[in-house]
Ligand binder design. Structure first.
Ligand code: F6R
Length: 357
C-alpha cells in the first residue's frame, strides 16, 4: 500500500535507507559479521570468471557489481545485456559462474539465457527480490534483495538493494580468498544508509533542480567516470522512462568523441563527481560543455566538492558512492516527470515485468 504517498515511486525511494539497513541485518551472521550462504561462496570461489546477465536497471547494477568482484575479490567479470547474450554467446572461460540480476525474477530475456546456461550445465546464481520467482527456482542458488515489493515500474530501491548485495557478496568472497580487503563494509553500508536518508530528506532542493534544469528541456545528458559512469547510465534511464525526456548517460571522456556536438545553449548536463581519482577529469569535461552553453549541474561528494556544485552528497566509501549518488538522480527524474504531468508509476509503453523476449 502506498498509504499517504502520492506515488509508489516516491514511497519506494524513501524506503531506500531502510532497505540498506535490512540487507545489513539479513546478511549478518550471529557474530555480527557480513556473510553469504557457504555453498554460494564456494560456487563463486570455484569460478575463474563471473558472467553477470541482466536487463535495464539490473544491468546497470551489474556494471557496479563487476567493479566490486574485480576490486574486492580479484575475480574477472563480464557484464552482459541478457537479450544480446542470448543470441550471441561470447567465448566462455573454463569455469564460469553465471549471475542473473533481476528484481522480478521473471524477465524473459534473462530467463532464456538461464535456460541455455543450464543446458550447458554451468552453475547459476540469481540475485532477485522475489523468492520463488522463475529465475530463482531455475538457478542453482539465490541471493535475495529483501527490498520489499517494488510496485512502481521505474526501479529504484531494487537497484540500491542489488548494488548492496553485490557489494556484500564480493566483500565476503574477497575476505574468504584472503584478498586483503581493508574496508569495514558493514560500517560503511550503515554510513551509506544515513547518506541516502540525507538525500531523501532534501526533496525540496531536488524538486528545484528538476525545475531549474529540466522544465523546458527536450534532452539531457548524464556524465561521469569510473563508478560515476555506471550511475550516469542509470540516471539517464530513470529520466527517460518516466519523464520521456530524451536522455543519454555516458563516460565523460567520450564527450569529445562525438556527443559534444549535441551541446547547445541551455542543454542540461548532469555531472557526477564522487570519484577522487577522476575528479579533475570530470570537472574538465564540465568546463568543455559549459563553454558550449550547457546548463551544467555538478553533483559531487563531501570532501571533493567545489564552489558552485549544485548538490553535494554525504561522504561515503569511494566504492559505495553509486548507492547514494543514484538517489538524487531518481528524485530529479521523479520531479521532472511530475512537472510534466506524466504517469510516474505507470509510464507509457512499459510493464513492470517484461515476460516476453
Ligand atoms: C527500469 C526498469 C527496467 C528493469 C528491467 C529488468 O526502471 O525497471 O529496466 O530493470 O526490465 O527487470 P528485472 O530486474 O525484473 O529483471
Amino acid at each position: 500500500e502506498k498509504g499517504t504517498y502520492p506515488h509508489y515511486m516516491l514511497k519506494e525511494m524513501d524506503e531506500q535507507p531502510g532497505v540498506v539497513r535490512k540487507i545489513i541485518q539479513e546478511y549478518s551472521n550471529e557474530a555480527g559479521e557480513l556473510t553469504i550462504d557457504d555453498q554460494i561462496l564456494e560456487a563463486i570461489k570455484a569460478a575463474d570468471r563471473l558472467y553477470i546477465i541482466a536487463a535495464g536497471t539490473s544491468y546497470h547494477a551489474g556494471l557496479v557489481g563487476k567493479q566490486y568482484f574485480e576490486k574486492l575479490a580479484g575475480i574477472p567479470v563480464e557484464v552482459h545485456i541478457s537479450s544480446e547474450f542470448g543470441y550471441n554467446m561470447p567465448l566462455l572461460s573454463e569455469k564460469p559462474l553465471f549471475i542473473f540480476i533481476t528484481q522480478s525474477g521473471e524477465t524473459a530475456d534473462s530467463r532464456q539465457v538461464l535456460v541455455k546456461v543450464k543446458e550447458l550445465n554451468y552453475p547459476a546464481l540469481t540475485i532477485t527480490n522475489v523468492p520463488g520467482s522463475t529465475l530463482s527456482r531455475e538457478a542453482d542458488y539465490t541471493l535475495l534483495l529483501h527490498a520489499g515489493p517494488e510496485i512502481a515500474v521505474a526501479s529504484t530501491k531494487a537497484y540500491v538493494a542489488q548494488v548492496a548485495v553485490l557489494a556484500i557478496a564480493a566483500y565476503v568472497t574477497g575476505k574468504s580468498l584472503g584478498k586483503g580487503v581493508v574496508l569495514d563494509l558493514k560500517q560503511e553500508l550503515a554510513i551509506v544508509a544515513n547518506g541516502i536518508q540525507t538525500i531523501v530528506d532534501s526533496k525540496d532542493e531536488l524538486e528545484q533542480i528538476a525545475e531549474d534544469y529540466l522544465k523546458i528541456a527536450r534532452n539531457a545528458f548524464f556524465i561521469g567516470r569510473n563508478l560515476d559512469f555506471c550511475v550516469s547510465v542509470e540516471g539517464a534511464l530513470k529520466l527517460k522512462e518516466i519523464s520521456y525526456i530524451q536522455a543519454e548517460g555516458f563516460a565523460g571522456g567520450e564527450l569529445k568523441h562525438g556527443t559534444i556536438a549535441l551541446i547547445e545553449e541551455g542543454t542540461p548536463v548532469f555531472a557526477l563527481a564522487t570519484q577522487e581519482q577522476v575528479a579533475l577529469n570530470i570537472r574538465g569535461n564540465v568546463k568543455e560543455v559549459v563553454a558550449r552553453g550547457a546548463n551544467a549541474c555538478i553533483i559531487s561528494m563531501e570532501g571533493l566538492n567545489e564552489e558552485g556544485d549544485r548538490l553535494v552528497i554525504p561522504k561515503v566509501h569511494t566504492l559505495l558512492t553509486p548507492l547514494v549518488a543514484v538517489v538524487p538522480l531518481q528524485l530529479i527524474s521523479y520531479y521532472a516527470a511530475l512537472h510534466r504531468r506524466c504517469d510516474v508509476d505507470k509510464p507509457r509503453n512499459l510493464a513492470k515485468s517484461v515476460t516476453v523476449e
